[in-house]
Design a protein around this ligand. Structure first.
Ligand SMILES: [Zn+2]
Length: 503
């Protein structure tokens, strides 16, 4: 089989649950994990005579998302009924937007190609809609249960142009989109809780051919890596089909992660005619130009802008520029004095992480040390405990204080790690913890000399070899002294004393 002769063409539809307290068209709570069917009312149950009222907050968040993705927000958009029957859709239709969506025409930059140009994935449209309920098939043997807590929860659907050419680019697009939505603070974007869902449209065409092939839709992927694997599997399947002279049939497929394969969906969703028509119970959504302008002016700082700013503030200082004009090449300065672009990239992965880092860096005045601690000790503790940084017990100001204690020599780096562990446990201030634990650094000659003598006595073999001139053992002996002193000895003094003993 020759997949090298074909090109993959992919467009993604991403459903994102907006971070509202209540549903899109009624006052029911959107809380995740409530007992089944508790968060329901006549409107979201579709009882006769109940009328929807549009949630203003949902419109705000949807507009913010559209602006953050560079879309044009339409002054008038229309809610429509998308009619289909499904047990978890009590009204018999879903309120969505069809030919006049909230926003059109944005883009997401997913990185650079081999020539250094930005790779942009176009966004066709962004529209508002409500979620359906949930059918539960595995709770009661032989029966299906319905939970309508999700019915009516506000969503946006973000439809990309068919600009994606590889499964890796699909993954990059999804990760970038998720990060932008996090920075915009419009959604929890959690695939586990269903607040971000992805459907993929994929077709295959011979390389060099402009005309698009017949596409299939792949659903049921529960992670970004599952999307990438499903696209690969479906690409292989379509290539093999075309190679053998067959034709791709337009259909909906379900990803089967356990078997690493796609299988046809039992419902013929792809061929549905939904018979959309304008929702008669909701007026057209009219957005004032000034209101949209205000929303645009109040957009939060987005990931790219934050990266650029942090590189300026904390990046490796440019040591100079060689060459002139377009041939100018920035010369990297000494390592260790600032953050590399890769390090800034890591720190800006989520807004909460960037927030925390910046607070520590500001309060300590040392971006590099802040980076080392946040990416090292802080993330290690959070990974181990499953906590999230926004609610981390050690506040940035306290961590900054710890960094300052290390910098001015009050405690050693080794002792600082112990102090940090105790700060995590107790929530106490670093100076207090260091004093309580007797971890304040000892620069006193007498005390250090005693530790050095003890170490030389306890390790006669290393001592003899060191004193006979084996200089490289000094580091080992310093290590023993640091251990004996529980990190309190000033390593510089220890080195001086050992050198003086004769090595
Ligand atoms: Zn309701």
């Amino acid at each position: 089989m020759s997949r090298e002769r074909y090109e993959m063409v992919v467009g993604l539809e991403v459903h994102v649950q907006l971070k509202t307290r209540t549903k899109a068209f009624c006052g029911c709570s959107t809380d995740f994990g409530a007992p089944p069917n508790v968060n329901t009312c006549p409107v979201c149950l579709g009882l006769p005579g109940a009328l929807p009222v549009l949630n203003e907050r949902a419109v705000e968040l949807a507009t913010r998302a559209a602006l953050g993705l560079g879309c044009r927000v339409n002054p008038v958009s229309i809610f429509a009924r998308k009619n289909y029957f499904y047990p978890d859709l009590p009204k018999g239709y879903q309120i969505s937007q069809f030919d006049q969506p909230l926003a059109t025409g944005g883009s997401v930059a997913i990185g650079k190609n081999e020539t250094g140009a930005d790779v942009q994935i176009g966004i066709t449209r962004l529209h508002m809609e409500e979620d359906a309920g949930k059918s539960i098939h595995d709770r009661y043997p032989g029966a299906t249960a319905i939970d309508l807590n999700r019915a009516g929860v506000p969503l946006i659907e973000i439809v990309s142009e068919p600009d994606i050419r590889t499964s890796a680019d699909a993954g990059a697009y999804l990760r970038t989109l998720k990060q932008i939505l996090q920075y915009l603070d419009v959604s929890d974007v959690s695939m586990e809780e269903g607040s971000l869902r992805v459907d993929a449209n994929i077709s295959v065409r011979p390389l060099g051919q402009a005309k698009l092939g017949t596409k299939t839709e792949v659903k049921n992927m529960n992670s970004f890596s599952a999307v990438e694997r499903a696209l690969e599997a479906e690409f292989e399947r379509q290539c093999a089909l075309l190679d053998s002279g067959g034709r791709v049939e337009q259909q909906t497929l379900l990803w089967d992660g356990a078997r690493e394969t796609v299988r046809p969906s039992r419902t013929k969703e792809g061929s549905h005619d939904y018979r959309y028509f304008p929702e008669p119970d909701l007026r057209p959504l009219m957005l004032d130009e000034k209101w949209v302008g205000d929303a645009r002016n109040h957009l939060p700082e987005l990931p790219e802008a934050r990266k650029m700013r942090l590189i300026q503030q904390y990046g490796i200082p440019a040591a100079g520029i060689t060459g002139t004009g377009s041939m100018a090449i920035p010369v990297p300065s000494i390592a260790g004095t600032g953050l590399s672009p890769t390090e800034v990239e890591q720190l800006t992965a989520t807004p909460a992480l960037a927030e925390y880092f910046e607070a520590v860096a500001r309060a300590s005045g040392d971006g590099k040390a802040a980076y080392n601690w946040v990416m090292g000790e802080v993330l290690a503790v959070l990974h181990a405990s499953g906590g999230d940084i926004a609610h981390f017990r050690v506040r940035p100001a306290d961590l900054a204080q710890l960094l300052n204690l290390v910098r001015d020599g009050t405690i050693s780096h080794t002792a600082a790690k112990r102090v940090f562990a105790l700060m995590v446990e107790t929530g106490k201030q670093p100076a207090q913890v260091a004093a309580d634990e007797g971890l304040l650094q000892v620069g006193d000659e007498g005390a250090i000399a005693t530790w050095v003598d003890e170490v030389l006595r306890e390790h006669p073999e290393e001592a003899t070899r060191y004193l006979a001139g084996e200089k490289k053992l000094q580091g080992v002996l310093v290590g023993f002294v640091m251990k004996k002193s529980k990190g309190r000895a000033d390593p510089k003094r220890v080195n001086q004393l050992l050198s003086a003993r004769g090595g």
